[in-house]
Write a protein that binds this ligand. Structure first.
Ligand SMILES: *Cc1c(COP(=O)(O)O)cnc(C)c1O
Length: 384
């Protein structure tokens, strides 16, 4: 279908395409001067804190855990409503994810429930800022300080988000971002970690490349087990171009999000569905980067499930996504003894959350078409 609206789509301008061509022609295509320039730009974006880039957001979080020295026998508190990478990296370093239920309003980890999950083995909290909405950062860092825990922020979706006027990443402990193709700032694949000191940055570099230490011209040693997680110059120039476009993207995302609130509410009203408990996101146009616009379907008021709503939206030329089912319901996690019913709010929201299209390149009339299509489908399947 020619006018199909995908749930997201990256934007690359001609300047970006030219910059990539230039790197390809230069003779140096892997990690080199463009990576160094991108890391320096990111560091100044984050107020001068050290930043290192990696091949993807998953590798970035893995290295954050390694830098924090988290491994076998340690517990890390996190949310069940995230991309599975969040808890997979915890398992990957040999530690144990402890899932705390979410706040149904923000859909982020409920910080009021974190203290009860802390044990003598707890080493860190790994919050996720779903759709780019941060948690209460004051409460997060007060908790961490009180219980002597590291914080590894999975800010994969929160590039450009802020808290009390400060950018996410410009303060705090270890802050991890993803530059995967769907994210607000993309390098196609990639990620970056904001660290506390040059010593931590050096350690991250070592984990990024096989655990290699360089000592002088001819000295080479390996003293920890590292991987191959570097970001290339091809990716880095895309990131440099995206950084320039980010303010315009952000303005567009906020305008589109505002339209969603207005038009969905207007459609519900004109259709006589004011009593339908369709849950909209937190209406925060300051802190969130509006990475996604997600609604929670009132499944108990509907005669159909989420999959049917998605199919009917697709038939109207509207792409949607599910971000995310509760991680605790996946076979790998069930086999380790986790139960979705232990975090009932996450279980419900994971079953009924729906991501509507939101990306800077959307056409002006798109939101109206989506709002009326969604409400029409809900009306058709409403129980009474
Ligand atoms: C995208 C994402 C990741 C992983 O990033 P990749 O670059 O795809 O490896 C991790 N956590 C969350 C919440 C994400 O959205």
């Amino acid at each position: 279908m020619s006018n199909f609206i995908p749930f997201t789509r990256p934007s690359f301008n001609q300047e970006t395409i030219d910059a990539v061509s230039e790197v390809l022609r230069s003779g140096w295509v892997t990690s080199g001067p463009k990576l160094a320039e991108f890391e320096a730009s990111l560091s100044s974006y984050f107020g001068g804190r050290p930043v290192r880039c990696f091949a993807n957001g998953t590798a970035t979080m893995k290295i954050a855990l390694q830098v924090a020295g988290i491994g076998a026998g340690d517990e890390v508190i996190t949310t069940p409503i995230s991309w599975v990478a969040t808890s997979n990296v915890i398992l990957g370093v040999g530690a144990k994810p402890i899932f705390v239920d979410i706040d149904p309003r923000t859909r982020n980890i409920d910080l009021n429930k974190v203290a009860a999950a802390i044990t003598p083995k707890t080493r860190a909290i790994m919050p996720v800022y779903l759709a780019g909405l941060p948690v209460d950062m004051d409460q997060l860092y007060a908790l961490a300080k009180q219980h002597h825990l590291r914080v590894i922020e999975d800010a994969a979706q929160a590039f450009g988000s802020q808290w009390k006027g400060k950018k996410i990443g410009s303060f705090g402990d270890l802050v991890s971002f993803s530059f995967q193709a769907n994210k607000n700032l993309t390098t196609v694949e990639g990620g970056c970690l904001v660290l506390n000191s040059d010593a931590e940055a050096k350690l991250a570099e070592k984990f990024r490349l096989q655990g290699l230490t360089r000592q002088g011209m001819d000295g080479m040693d390996v003293d920890v087990l590292g991987g191959k997680d570097n970001l290339t110059d091809v990716n880095a120039v895309i990131g440099l171009q995206q950084l320039k476009q980010l303010p315009a993207y952000q303005t567009r995302r906020v305008a589109l999000a505002r339209q969603y609130f207005d038009l969905i509410r207007a459609e519900l009203k004109s259709t006589g569905l004011e009593n339908l408990k369709l849950e909209l996101p937190v209406e925060n146009f300051i802190d969130s980067n509006w990475h996604m616009f997600q609604v929670v379907l009132p499944l108990d008021q509907l005669k159909v499930d989420r999959a049917q709503v998605m199919t009917e939206l697709k038939d109207l030329g509207i792409g949607t996504g599910v971000h995310y089912p509760a991680i605790t319901g996946f076979t790998l996690y069930k086999n380790q003894g986790y139960k979705a019913s232990d975090t009932p709010i996450a279980e419900r929201i994971g079953r009924s959350i729906l991501t509507l299209p939101l990306f800077p390149g959307m056409a002006d009339g798109d939101i109206g078409r989506i709002a009326s299509g969604l409400v029409e489908i809900l009306k058709k399947h409403c129980k009474n």
